[in-house]
Design a protein. Structure first.
Length: 353
């Protein structure tokens, strides 16, 4: 149970270290500007001028509340704009898989008469799937991330399904051989992150590949696991625990959510992230191949409009022109929350004995 919060803490520490080592040139932009710059990096070339116009407009808006309101509206529009080309097909495919998973979940509720209590689990699964659809849409808009990310997701998904022997019973009960855990949790995610780095030519490309692979694989394997529950139901080895069939089916649906919508994407992103950074160090690849860093010359002040319009489109949200995009307060809150979760889970485990 401590694996997930420990991974979250590791990601938080990595973000903290990467942000603290960034070199700051010139005045630090505020959060609305940073978020809007990130959102414009998701736009296609056909909508690049619109993103430039929004950045220029924000430069002339004063007042924290007005800047936040304008930035949030533009970000929402950028995220909801339909993608172009192959990216649109990939987004539609992920949406179809997510909707199929919810449909199977509903069929299990109706078929086995699980009752109103099962709707809580269904709402949690729907929240996860909706979040993954949005996250996949964002990741797929990144330049050069779609093909390696989706291929990596296919490899990860096949590895998880193959570990169960492609059988519904093992998929539900998770009867895995001893070699499966290090393969699924370390080897495959690390390979995806490392190869993504070599494919894209930077550590940022490898991290994007690992994130997209984790999202797409998690959605796909969750669909397969839900199908297994729909077909297999409460069947399996004789159970003398006294649990009812309704409880067993609800428990299996909940385990699918924990393993395939929470653990699988997190493990893939975490170890893929680490492998991407290590591969870039070994091969002497840049951390952000598409970021534009300021020259070594002294900083030259620019007007707000020219500074906004000079931003590159495809930049990593964590670092913008060498400036940490995460404020110190956000980093402290994230690390503190991860530590609190670890201590709480440890205390709860101790109470259970």
């Amino acid at each position: 149970m401590l694996l997930i919060p420990m991974m979250l803490l590791g990601i938080a520490v990595a973000l903290f270290r990467r942000s603290s080592q960034a070199v700051v040139y010139g005045p630090r932009p505020d959060v609305p500007l940073q978020l809007l710059r990130w959102a414009t990096g998701l736009l296609s070339e056909q909508r690049a001028e619109w993103g430039q116009a929004m950045l220029g407009e924000l430069a002339h808006i004063e007042g924290r509340a007005r800047r936040w309101s304008f930035a949030i509206g533009c970000i929402g529009t950028a995220l909801l704009l339909p993608p172009w080309g192959r990216t649109a097909g990939a987004v539609v495919a992920i949406i179809a898989v997510a909707v199929g998973s919810l449909g199977l979940y509903a069929s299990v509720i109706i078929r086995y008469r699980l009752g109103a209590s099962s709707l809580i689990g269904a709402s949690i699964a729907a929240t996860f799937l909706l979040s993954f659809v949005v996250a996949a849409g964002v990741a797929l808009r990144r330049r050069g991330a779609a093909v390696p990310g989706l291929l990596g997701g296919l490899v990860v998904a096949l590895a998880w399904v193959a570990a169960s022997g492609f059988t519904f019973s093992n998929m539900i009960l998770r009867v895995w051989p001893a070699w499966a855990l290090p393969l699924l949790f370390i080897v495959v995610p690390a390979a995806v992150g490392g190869l993504g780095t070599l494919w894209g030519g930077s550590a940022a490309a490898g991290r994007r590949t690992a994130r997209l692979a984790g999202i797409s694989a998690g959605v796909g394997v969750y669909l397969y696991g839900t199908l297994a529950v729909a077909v297999f139901g409460a069947g399996g080895l004789p159970d003398d625990s006294g649990f009812s069939a309704t409880y067993t089916i609800n428990d299996r649906l909940g385990n699918n959510l924990t393993f395939y919508l929470a653990l699988l994407p997190l493990v893939t992103a975490t170890f893929g992230w680490s492998a991407a950074t290590l591969t870039a160090r070994i091969k002497h690849l840049p951390d952000h191949a598409d970021a534009t860093y300021p020259p070594a010359a002294p900083y030259v002040s620019m007007t707000p409009s020219s500074a906004a319009l000079s931003m590159p489109y495809d930049v990593e949200p964590a670092i913008v022109s060498g400036v940490a995009a995460w404020p110190r307060s956000a980093r402290v809150v994230l690390v503190s929350a991860a530590v609190v979760v670890i201590l709480a889970l440890g205390f709860a485990t101790g109470l259970r004995g």
